[in-house]
Design a protein around this ligand. Structure first.
Ligand SMILES: NC(=O)c1ccc[n+]([C@@H]2O[C@H](COP(=O)([O-])OP(=O)(O)OC[C@H]3O[C@@H](n4cnc5c(N)ncnc54)[C@H](O)[C@@H]3O)[C@@H](O)[C@H]2O)c1
Length: 251
């Protein structure tokens, strides 16, 4: 699919990987929309780029429905959706204060997995009404999982469960939506230099960087955006989980 002129929605678009995607796809001529929790930084980014900010909590069915309707009214139907909204809490299954907080576990699944599916099911209904391009394509959905979907670390049980769920959705989503001309891909990033990783101490960040096979550094958000571009443009790639991790394998 040609990026230029597409209405492109990026959830979690105000920060980190989503923000880099917004900037990169905007520079390639996409009509980008930032969907994120309400914040000044989201408004400022939209002002700077000259695109649209739609406040949206992905755990709210109404927020998603209203947001998608607003986008269709103002810009037209969405044909690219990149799902980056997410959270990464850390807690042990059994810690020194007792068992894992169950509400915190469920909230992680709610944002990272159920929230993402809620966006996908609603945006696919809009995409299915697009006029197909010469390849018969009506839309592309790109989700963000993590290498924690297979290589979850201690303290990552909630996060890893949610990201395994995202990776597990890729193929059935692609199979369900293929008949509408919609492709579905998932990126599984390794360790990227974003605000999410800023919560990790500097010495731990250095250890993480050294454990990458090559190049031995944290990933740059622009490298994530670059892969998103490829996945949009290459019509034959579909139903796949793609690691983007410099060869890193967490043990
Ligand atoms: N940074 C990494 O190393 C890394 C590695 C693997 C996977 N990921 C995944 O990539 C995605 C982006 O992460 P990032 O590193 O850019 O983090 P980030 O914290 O910089 O950005 C996440 C964005 O999601 C938004 N968000 C959180 N909850 C939301 C909600 N309920 N509704 C709408 N938006 C919400 C936040 O406001 C924020 O703007 C996440 O899903 C994360 O799990 C990141």
């Amino acid at each position: 699919m040609d990026i230029k002129g597409t209405v492109t929605l990026v959830t979690g678009g105000a920060s980190g990987l989503g923000k880099a995607t917004i900037r990169y796809l905007s520079s390639k001529g996409a009509n980008t929309v930032i969907a994120d929790l309400p914040s000044e930084k989201a408004k400022q980014l939209a002002q700077e780029i000259g695109n649209t900010f739609i406040p949206m909590d992905v755990t709210s069915t109404e927020d998603i429905k209203d947001g998608l309707q607003q986008i269709e009214r103002r810009l037209g139907k969405i044909s690219v959706c990149v799902n980056c909204a997410g959270m990464a809490p850390a807690a042990m299954t059994l810690g020194k204060d007792g068992p894992h907080d169950f509400e915190a576990y469920k909230q992680t699944l709610d944002v990272n997995l159920a929230g993402m599916f809620n966006v996908i099911r609603q945006v696919s209904a809009q995409m299915a009404e697009n006029k197909p391009n010469s390849e018969g394509e009506r839309g592309v959905i790109i989700n963000t999982s993590s290498i924690a979907s297979t290589d979850g670390q201690r303290g990552q049980v909630a996060y890893a469960s949610s990201k395994a769920g995202v990776a597990g959705m890729t193929l059935p989503l692609a199979r369900d939506l293929g008949r509408f001309g919609i492709r579905v891909l998932t990126i599984c990033p390794g360790v990227f230099d974003t605000p999410m990783l800023k919560t990790v101490k500097e010495d731990v960040r250095a250890i993480l960087a050294r454990s990458v096979v090559f190049p031995q550094r944290l990933g740059r958000p622009e490298e994530f955006a670059h892969l998103v571009r490829f996945l949009i443009e290459c019509s034959y790639i579909n139903g796949e989980n793609i690691r983007l991790d410099g060869g890193l394998r967490m043990v």
